[in-house]
Design a protein around this ligand. Structure first.
Ligand code: SAM
Length: 272
C-alpha cells in the first residue's frame, strides 16, 4: 500500500481560486469551443475514453468555461461542470445553455451542497488535474462521488515529457535531430506559470508529478486504470520549404509524432 494520500494531505496548502483573476484572459483565448488542441486532440480523446451513454450523469471537474459540456450533452448524458472560479462559471453559463455549473473545490466534494456519495456514473478532468493539489484529496473526493463501477477520465500534459520550465526542445546539428530535453522529472514541483498579458495579478500554479504518483494515488483510492492513450500533436506543414529549413521541419514533424503532448487515461472504481 502506498502512502501517497497521507503525504498529500500534509501538503494541503494550495488555494483553489488561482484561476479567478485569469478568467477573462482564459475565456478570450479558449472561446466557446476551446483551443485548437482542445478541438483536435483533447476533447476527442476524452470523449472516446469516456464513452458517455444516454442518461448517464457526468461530472466535469475543473470545467473552466465549459468546453466539454456540449459534447457530453450531445451524447445524451446529463452534464455537471464544477469549478472553483466564479467568473469562469459565469462564462460557462453564458456559453452553454444546457448543463449545470457548480461552484466548488474538487478537494472537498464531500462537503459541497447537492453532492452525494455514489451519485455520478463518470467524472472527467480535462486539462485540470495539473492545476489541483494535493492529488490524494482530489482522488478521494472523486472516488467518493462515483458509483461502484463508475469511471474517471483524466487528460493532462504528458508528465514524462512536458515538465513545466524543466523540459524543452533542442536541435542536434550533427545528427539533424530534434530532441526533447528533460531536466527534472521524479521530484514533484509547484511551478508558477508566468503572468498573462493584461493580467496584473494573475498567476496560476501548475503541479508536476511523476507518473507513479498518478497511478499509485488512483490505486490507493480504489480507482483502477483500464486504458491509457499517449497523444501526439498534428503535423506542421513547413516541409515544403527549402534546404536546412526543410530538414528542420521534417525533424520537427518526426519529433511531434514520436513524443506525446498529452496523456489520457480511464480508471474504474472497484465495486466492493
Ligand atoms: C487549465 S483550466 C481547464 C479548464 C477546462 N477544463 C478546459 O479544458 O478548458 C483549469 C481549471 O481548473 C480549475 N481548478 C483548479 N483548482 C481547482 C479546484 N481545487 N477545484 C475546482 N476547480 C479547480 C480552475 O479554476 C480552472 O478553471
Amino acid at each position: 500500500m502506498h502512502n501517497a494520500a497521507s503525504n498529500g494531505h500534509r501538503n494541503a496548502r494550495h488555494r483553489a481560486g488561482g484561476w479567478e483573476p485569469l478568467a477573462d484572459w482564459y475565456d478570450g483565448w479558449m472561446g466557446k469551443n476551446g483551443s485548437l488542441h482542445h478541438q483536435r486532440l483533447a476533447i476527442p480523446a476524452v470523449m472516446e475514453l469516456l464513452s458517455a451513454q444516454p442518461g448517464e450523469k457526468i461530472l466535469d471537474i475543473g470545467a473552466g468555461q465549459g468546453v466539454l459540456a456540449p459534447h457530453v450533452i450531445q451524447a445524451g448524458a446529463d452534464y455537471t461542470g464544477l469549478d472553483a472560479s466564479p467568473s469562469l462559471l459565469r462564462q460557462a453559463r453564458k456559453h452553454h445553455r444546457q448543463g449545470r455549473f457548480l461552484l466548488g473545490d474538487a478537494r472537498n466534494l464531500q462537503r459541497l451542497a447537492g453532492m452525494q456519495a455514489n451519485m455520478f456514473d463518470a467524472a472527467v478532468f480535462l486539462l485540470s488535474i495539473q492545476d489541483m493539489d494535493p492529488l490524494p484529496a482530489v482522488m478521494e473526493a472523486v472516488a467518493w462521488v462515483l458509483r461502484g463501477g463508475g469511471r474517471v477520465v483524466i487528460l493532462m500534459l504528458h508528465p514524462c515529457f512536458r515538465v513545466p520550465r524543466q523540459s524543452g526542445w533542442g536541435w542536434q546539428e550533427e545528427r539533424k535531430v530534434r530532441f526533447r530535453r528533460i531536466d527534472r522529472y521524479l521530484t514533484p514541483l509547484s511551478v508558477p506559470l508566468k503572468e498573462y498579458p493584461g493580467q496584473g495579478s494573475g498567476v496560476s500554479i501548475s503541479f508536476h508529478r511523476p507518473l507513479q504518483h498518478y497511478i499509485n494515488t488512483l490505486a490507493d483510492c480504489g480507482l483502477l486504470i483500464e486504458q491509457m492513450k499517449e497523444i501526439t500533436t498534428y503535423k506542421t506543414s513547413r516541409e515544403n520549404t527549402q534546404g536546412l529549413q526543410r530538414v528542420q521541419a521534417r525533424a520537427e514533424n518526426l519529433a511531434n509524432q514520436e513524443i506525446p503532448l498529452f496523456l489520457a487515461l480511464r480508471a474504474r472504481k472497484a465495486c466492493l
